[in-house]
Write a protein that binds this ligand. Structure first.
Ligand SMILES: Cc1cc2nc3c(=O)[nH]c(=O)nc-3n(C[C@H](O)[C@H](O)[C@H](O)COP(=O)(O)OP(=O)(O)OC[C@H]3O[C@@H](n4cnc5c(N)ncnc54)[C@H](O)[C@@H]3O)c2cc1C
Length: 392
């Protein structure tokens, strides 16, 4: 593979770097650096998304008429990697990467006009209502009901692990509209105003001490049929399309490299405190292994990206990227805890030590466990890879 950037690619990289220098404020860098939860809080991701939108770079994968950039794979890779290495906040994916593409593909013209500009301008903050108690990997077993009543549906049931539902004003959800035939054929995709009467959001604290996820209860919640995307009972098509974006439309290696840099900076901090981590042969060897793994992953990601046309999604191969990236994420987080040694046991979620990276290593490790669960558990990805990629 030729990894030398062409003169055009170098010029593009320089444009990205200039944009980052001019728009990525120290406050935003600080916010991302000290985020241990899966996504940064809206006061960190929001201003960054607005800066990207002003430049026309918020939704590279969307069609050009709706704000897409038409970038090829190399440009997307350069952009994502430069943003990650500069410490830019993660874009909140629910609107931009998940429901946006579904509305573009399955929505009516009116839904596109109503929702897409509001995603672009960060006016709506979306959450994802797919999982339920008893319906995670086996999503088709979901039970939350939507019963037809004139121009509305009436919703009853509960969604769980709903990331940032406490911040969101909109939810996209899968609901059961029929129990006839195959389970997948009775599911409908709805857009729900979170201020509708009958919705309650209950906080769930995660093991890493962050407040990221919720259980959301619905009691006789009315949703207009105008908020249905696609036909009644055809929501499974929207869900499958969306899950492809959830699993693999991201570019992971830049973020992983940035996480590894953070572990490197933590080593420097420990050295400065007199703990000679660099003389620990076992740790140094482990650090080398993780670096080599990351190089291999980056090559694989580049190779897969290189086969895609602008706007194209990797399809089932995205399961390989998702699986490898989430395991790399965990390996780097484990390294962070290993360098702390017994000091890791003293971690206390209530204690924050401004300016030090060391207190972040344990919550980073604990929260990294979730990466092989959400967006499709590791075992489920392995089954997809076996069936759809390897063909066994
Ligand atoms: C931090 C976090 C944020 C999340 N955010 C959201 C969100 O915003 N919106 C949302 O809808 N959901 C969200 N989820 C839920 C997530 O999608 C589910 O947790 C996930 O789909 C797994 O479902 P489950 O938790 O019910 O576990 P289960 O599906 O019950 O799985 C339990 C175990 O069984 C294994 N297993 C299950 N089925 C199979 C199989 N067929 N073959 C082999 N092994 C199997 C799994 O791999 C896992 O190890 C989030 C989860 C987490 C952890």
């Amino acid at each position: 593979m030729n990894l030398e950037l062409s003169p055009e690619q170098q010029a593009f990289r320089d444009e990205v770097r200039t944009f980052l220098r001019e728009n990525l404020t120290p406050e935003l860098q600080h916010g991302q650096r000290y985020t241990t939860a899966v996504y940064p809080e809206p006061h960190i991701s929001g201003p960054w998304q607005q800066a990207l939108q002003r430049k026309g770079w918020l939704v590279p994968m969307w069609p050009r008429e709706w704000g897409g950039t038409g970038w090829n794979a190399a440009q997307r890779f350069i952009f994502e990697s430069e943003c990650a290495l500069a410490g830019a906040p993660l874009v909140h994916p629910m609107g931009v990467r998940l429901v946006g593409p579904v509305i573009l593909r399955f929505g009516t013209e009116e839904q596109k006009r109503q929702y897409l500009p509001r995603i672009l301008n960060s006016e709506d903050y979306w959450c994802q209502g797919f999982s339920e108690p008893g319906a995670g990997s086996d999503l088709a077993s979901l039970k939350m009901t939507a019963v037809s009543d004139g121009d509305d549906y009436i919703l009853n049931g509960s969604k769980i692990w709903t990331t940032h539902a406490h911040h969101a004003n909109m939810m996209f959800a899968l609901v059961r509209t029929s129990n006839e035939g195959k389970r997948q054929e009775g599911i409908t995709f709805l857009l729900i105003d979170m201020k509708s009467p009958g919705i309650e959001v209950h906080r769930i604290d995660t093991i890493g001490g962050d407040y990221d996820v919720n259980q959301v209860f619905f009691t006789d919640v009315r949703v207009s049929k105008a908020n249905r995307v696609g036909a009644e009972n055809a929501g499974w098509d929207c869900a499958k399309y969306l899950l492809e974006f959830e699993r693999g439309a991201g570019i992971f290696s830049g973020r992983l490299r940035s996480q590894l840099k953070r572990v490197g900076a933590a080593i420097d901090e420990l050295q400065a405190q007199g703990k000679d981590v660099r003389r620990d042969v076992r740790l140094v060897a482990r650090f080398g292994e993780v670096c080599a793994d990351l190089d291999c992953f980056e090559m694989m990601e580049l190779r897969i990206m290189g086969t895609l046309q602008p706007g194209q999604n990797p399809g089932p191969v995205s399961s390989i990227l998702k699986l490898r990236a989430s395991r790399m994420k965990q390996a780097i987080a484990e390294l962070g805890v290993e360098i702390l040694g017994p000091q890791a046991l003293q971690w206390n979620a209530e204690e924050h030590q401004e300016g030090s990276l060391l207190p972040l290593l344990v919550p980073d490790y604990l929260n990294s466990r979730a990466f092989t669960i959400f967006g499709g558990a590791a075992e489920v990805q392995l089954t997809i890879i076996a069936k759809s990629v390897v063909g066994v």
